[in-house]
Design a protein around this ligand. Structure first.
Ligand SMILES: Cc1cc2nc3c(=O)[nH]c(=O)nc-3n(C[C@H](O)[C@H](O)[C@H](O)COP(=O)(O)OP(=O)(O)OC[C@H]3O[C@@H](n4cnc5c(N)ncnc54)[C@H](O)[C@@H]3O)c2cc1C
Length: 433
């Protein structure tokens, strides 16, 4: 019996919709299924979109896509209890088209992308939570939803970090995500007049500012980073927290984001802004969170479902990998349709494409970064050290000036940072980054 579709894509996030657009453009009969009432209604990102991969399917997409602002400046820093040390990166090329990055709100961008998939010829159906993959032995032959089976020679899993369809199957044999390789993202959106945003962050019309903070000072042992991004008439703020470090601390994520928001540096940026939205989502990031395989007989896994989120405390990037992996899966599926072969050996092309486009190497090569990233001193001791150091260097009190060597020692003492530990962490940084 003939299959219902050439390809079924589960999940209309950045990965699924990009794949569906490319598939439809390439002449495939594609079904894109989304559990939310609208694409994007269940999605959450910080979010800064490094979207140049979209050029492949939607040239000059940023003119039409409902993006918020193009980013012209990034700030990275450390927060201690009541001070902050940060570095700014300002680049004139970021102010010119084609812009390098945009702030986005996923409810808007994902609905637009799904519409583009429909316009390209894909069948897009929302409010459809797929129950499971249709396994025939070791082969996936479409999906099952509400007792009904829909078949296709190729199914692309783009259902996000906590992929229910993969867990407990040969794709991810374990029943749940590994907390050591999973982070919790929480985000709040605050409304503020666009003019006040531009004045407060020294931006021109349409320009955006992004900042990321190492923020572990709130509860000892809890490791996390904070972000603040300007949108058109809102500001997104949030935290990305290491889940394992939250266990047994007796603290709720809601309390942590409140402390982040009330930090004097962050509170000054949010002054007069009104909370309009709140959300939380799991992030499965890095090489340790990869599935057992990225493809098999009749299936490929893309985006967050494949663990393609790069997060190192300074940046979090997942949407770019979602789009790129979605496009590579789509190219592979188009080749498989032409060859009338959807076996694992034919879909091996997807794995080769993940290698040749640098996706796998980005994660594999930076695996050792987790040792740096999940060093708890990075979140408490070093922010205290940096702020104590700069406080002493930059504050004039009338007291006799001290040589820098003494100032560094005093800051180490305040932060509880021994010289041997500093040297050990420095060596590990040089080795692992
Ligand atoms: C707080 C936070 C901040 C972040 N900041 C950034 C950032 O600044 N920049 C960046 O690049 N990345 C960021 N990320 C990561 C980024 O959001 C993800 O990498 C990206 O959303 C992955 O896209 P995706 O399409 O793979 O998955 P998702 O966006 O999760 O989409 C999956 C889709 O599948 C649907 N779905 C799930 N199960 C089913 C089912 N059974 N049936 C049908 N549909 C289903 C969902 O409803 C959803 O629409 C952030 C993440 C978080 C949580």
């Amino acid at each position: 019996m003939a299959d219902d579709f050439d390809v079924i894509v589960v999940g209309a996030g950045m990965a699924g919709s990009s794949a569906a657009i490319r598939l439809a453009q390439g002449g495939a009969n594609v079904l894109l299924l989304e559990r939310g009432a609208e694409a994007g209604s269940k999605n959450l990102s910080g979010g800064i979109l490094w979207g140049h991969d979209l050029d492949r399917i939607l040239p000059e997409w940023w003119h039409e896509m409902p993006v918020e602002r193009h980013i012209v400046r990034k700030r990275f820093g450390f927060l201690s209890t009541d001070s902050a040390v940060s570095f700014d990166f300002d680049d004139a090329t970021w102010r010119r088209e084609p812009y390098v990055a945009h702030s986005v709100l996923r409810a808007r961008t994902d609905a637009w992308l799904a519409k583009k998939a429909e316009e390209a010829g894909a069948t897009v159906v929302t409010s459809v939570p797929v129950d499971r993959l249709n396994w025939e032995g070791s082969r996936v032959h479409g999906i099952v939803q509400g007792g009904e089976t829909m078949t296709a020679p190729v199914t692309i899993l783009a259902d996000g970090a906590n992929s229910r369809l993969a867990l407990g199957t040969p794709i991810r044999p374990q029943p749940r995500l590994d907390p050591a390789a999973t982070e919790l993202g929480i985000k709040e959106v605050y409304q503020l007049d666009p003019g006040r945003i531009e004045e407060r962050f020294q931006l021109g019309p349409g320009e955006g500012h992004a900042e990321e903070w190492v923020a572990g000072q709130f509860v000892p042992g809890v490791m996390g980073g904070g972000f603040l991004y300007t949108n058109a008439d809102t500001i997104s703020v949030g935290l990305i927290l290491n889940i394992q470090s939250l266990f047994g601390r007796g603290v709720y994520s809601q309390e942590l984001i409140e402390q982040f928001r009330l930090h004097p540096t962050i509170a000054a940026r949010l002054k007069g802004a009104e909370l309009v939205e709140y959300g939380a989502k799991l992030i499965s990031s890095g090489w340790a969170s990869r599935p057992a395989a990225f493809h098999g007989d009749g299936w490929m896994v893309v985006g967050d479902a494949a663990g393609f989120v790069f997060s190192n405390g300074i940046v979090i990037q997942g949407m770019n990998y979602a789009i790129r992996s979605g496009l590579e899966a789509a190219e592979t599926a188009l080749g498989s349709k032409k060859a009338k072969d959807s076996s694992a050996s034919r879909l091996e092309e997807y794995h080769r494409r993940l290698e040749s486009t640098g996706i796998l190497s980005d994660f594999r090569d930076f695996e050792s970064m987790d040792r740096v990233k999940w060093n708890s001193r990075f979140y408490t001791v070093y922010p205290r050290f940096a702020t104590a150091l700069f406080h002493a260097l930059l504050t004039e009190t009338g007291a006799r000036k001290q040589p820098i060597r003494k100032i560094v020692r005093a800051a180490q003492k305040t932060a509880g940072l021994r010289t041997t530990t500093l040297l050990k962490d420095g060596a590990s940084l040089a080795r692992d980054l």
